[in-house]
Design a protein around this ligand. Structure first.
Ligand code: AGP
Length: 610
């Protein structure tokens, strides 16, 4: 979604900010803009479209050289995609320039009020209201702090803001409420951004702002206060992201790079979460005790994380015998919960910033339920607001289509299910040791699957002109079918459906003809025979079958047009091995169709609006 970066220091602000904007590109956006402060005047340039449109415009219409500025990538919510609605927004008298992530819920009320005070609005955005409100309060008694405090307390909704004030060329005001904002601490320079990728090049020392905080960022000093104006003490953390994490390296796209990083993710989690061939995810004794007291689990998540949740349900129910429901966050957060204190809510999210999932966890809290988060980003809102957190250690995921984070989520849920089953006495020691040994060999098996990259590219050549693709899986690999379909939809814009193989005959079978590619995920599992029957049903209707199966599977081979052989693993690990070829299939299909898999149209990396 939208991205913010602000800089005050000694370097050329325009270049720091445009590089920062490029780093934020992956989050999804439809316009971009930049403002710098020079000689008591704020200069703004903004353009609908991609950042290179803005860069072209900056060549035409130079900005004055300056060492302070703010910039933004906008993902439209209020008002269409055009130059005027792009951020930054100047206040009527040019005193403030504002960039904003989030939504102001009471903007029409505030706008109406300001119009009565002779404010005229140029854009259709909620953000311009913030700029004018701040200016209106400031002009009242020329007290900046008072004006900021009045403004933030009148705004309802979610907002991360970076603000330039024309009377101070050593100040960026940053404000956070329900939308992330991070301060990057440099030497004689400081930055503010909605995502640390925007400033990693300059510094790895960061302060994560909490909700309801304001920061005054200067070249040599950063201060914090709360929305009542009381000073807040903050400490910085050192970001241990590798320099190359936000770079594509030799890969043409982040999505491909991240698919190839999956063996590393699995190995990292194996190392962190196992000791002496046993899972040790529940080292925190309070968490262990809490989990043992729970008789029901509700998983809430969105998109790919929801699919990981479905795998978690199968495994937790099988290994630990605890009933699990999986709900879309967007549904879970708005319904009445019939749950008691023996229910645990698990919120799964790569970014930890998905608005629906945050709302879901807050809803759970309103009911007094304990929340365990499974997230990738430690500093995220979901990580901070949950009672317990388990990290998936996937590293920065830049591609909008989640790949390595999914693998991390599924792996962590697998370990959690296994450990719960073990401590409940349902899985004996020797069985757990065997299972962990199988997990240890997983990275090697994934490497083998990655060697199929060109074979999968050839299969993509056979399907990339199709209008529809169907994905079928059963049992543990039903979520794989859903995830395979989501991946191809997101990055190649081909309509795809994922279905439980056994359910297909109850309706979707009517779609099958010689033009429909049907991807059947059927590695050796307890669902094998039944899925084979579904494959026969598709074959009998002349569907073109692409199968994801284990080596030497003659029965599936007979009904398949194209085959992707994956190494055999124990059933509980098949959701990890069988999704990898589907990620590659989606990737190559997208590239063949001329789509950018890293930045699919209309999508954002983390969906921070409800
Ligand atoms: C995944 O490929 C998607 N981009 C999307 O479905 C994503 O998984 C969803 O928005 C949830 O995001 P989160 O995991 O960051 O909460």
């Amino acid at each position: 979604m939208c991205g913010i970066v602000g800089y005050v220091g000694y370097k050329d602000a325009e270049s720091v900010l445009t590089v920062g904007l490029h780093k934020l590109e992956y989050r999804g956006y439809d316009s971009a803009g930049i403002a710098v402060l020079k000689d008591g005047k704020i200069h703004v340039r903004k353009k609908a479209g991609k950042i290179h449109e803005l860069e072209r415009y900056l060549v035409e219409k130079n900005l004055p050289k300056s060492n302070i500025g703010i910039a933004h990538t906008r993902w439209a919510t209020h008002g269409g995609v055009n130059d005027t609605n792009a951020h930054p927004h100047l206040s009527q008298n040019g005193i403030f320039a504002v960039v904003h992530n989030g939504i102001i819920d009471n903007f029409s009320h505030l706008k109406g009020y300001l119009e009565k005070q002779n404010y005229h609005f140029k854009s259709d955005t909620d953000t311009e209201v913030i700029a004018n409100l701040l200016e209106y309060h400031y002009l009242n008694d020329r007290n900046l702090t008072k004006a900021i405090l009045k403004t933030v307390n009148e705004l309802e909704g979610s907002f991360a803001l970076a603000i330039l004030f024309k009377e101070d060329d050593d100040l960026i005001i940053g404000i956070r409420k329900d939308s992330p904002l991070i301060v990057g601490l440099g030497e004689n320079e400081n930055l503010v951004a909605s995502d640390q990728v925007a400033f990693l090049q300059h510094t790895k020392r960061a302060i994560f702002m909490d909700n309801g905080e304001i920061t005054l960022v200067r070249r040599r000093m950063v201060e914090f206060m709360n929305f009542s104006g009381e000073p807040v003490k903050k400490t910085y953390v050192f970001l241990n992201h590798g320099d190359d994490e936000a770079e594509k390296g030799p890969y043409p796209h982040f999505m491909l790079k991240e698919i190839y990083e999956q063996p590393k993710v699995v190995m990292t989690n194996y190392k962190i979460y196992t000791r002496n061939e046993k899972p040790v995810l529940l080292r925190d004794l309070n968490l262990r005790k809490l989990l043992l007291n729970k008789t029901r689990i509700i998983i809430e998540a969105a998109g790919t994380s929801y699919h990981a949740g479905l795998v978690g349900k199968y495994l937790i129910e099988t290994f630990a015998n605890i009933p699990v429901e999986v709900d879309y966050s967007s549904e879970f957060s708005y319904r009445r919960l019939a749950a008691d204190s023996r229910t645990l809510v698990i919120a799964i999210s790569q970014s930890g910033e998905t608005a629906d999932t945050i709302e879901g966890l807050r809803n759970a809290k309103r009911y007094g339920l304990d929340v365990l988060a499974i997230v990738n980003r430690p500093e995220s809102t979901i990580a901070r607001e949950s009672d317990y957190v388990i990290y998936i250690n996937a590293g920065l995921e830049i591609g909008v289509a989640s790949t390595k984070a999914y693998i991390g989520q599924v792996q962590v849920l697998t370990l959690l299910a296994m450990e719960l089953g073990h401590i409940k006495g349902l899985i004996p020691d020797e069985e757990v040791i065997k299972m962990i040994a199988s997990m240890k060999s997983l990275p090697e098996k994934i490497e083998k699957i990655l060697l199929l990259n060109s074979h999968i590219e050839h299969i993509a050549e056979k399907i990339y002109t199709s209008d529809n693709v169907m994905f079928l899986g059963r049992g543990l690999n039903y979520p794989t079918a859903l995830e395979g379909a989501l991946k191809i939809k997101e990055v190649s814009y081909i309509h795809a459906i994922g279905y439980p193989a056994g359910e297909m005959k109850h309706g979707p079978l009517a779609l099958v003809d010689e033009r429909l590619p049907v991807v059947i995920i059927n590695p050796k599992t307890s669902a094998y025979e039944l899925t084979l029957s579904s494959a026969h049903e598709v074959r009998a209707r002349n569907g073109r079958i692409i199968s994801v199966i284990n080596e030497n599977d003659e029965l599936m081979k007979e009904v398949s047009d194209y085959i992707i052989y994956i190494p055999e693993v124990e059933e509980f690990l098949t959701p990890i091995t069988s999704i990898i070829p589907l990620q590659l299939l989606a990737y190559h299909t997208a590239v063949l169709r001329g789509c950018d898999p890293d930045k699919p149209r209309n999508l954002a990396k983390s969906v921070t609006v409800k």
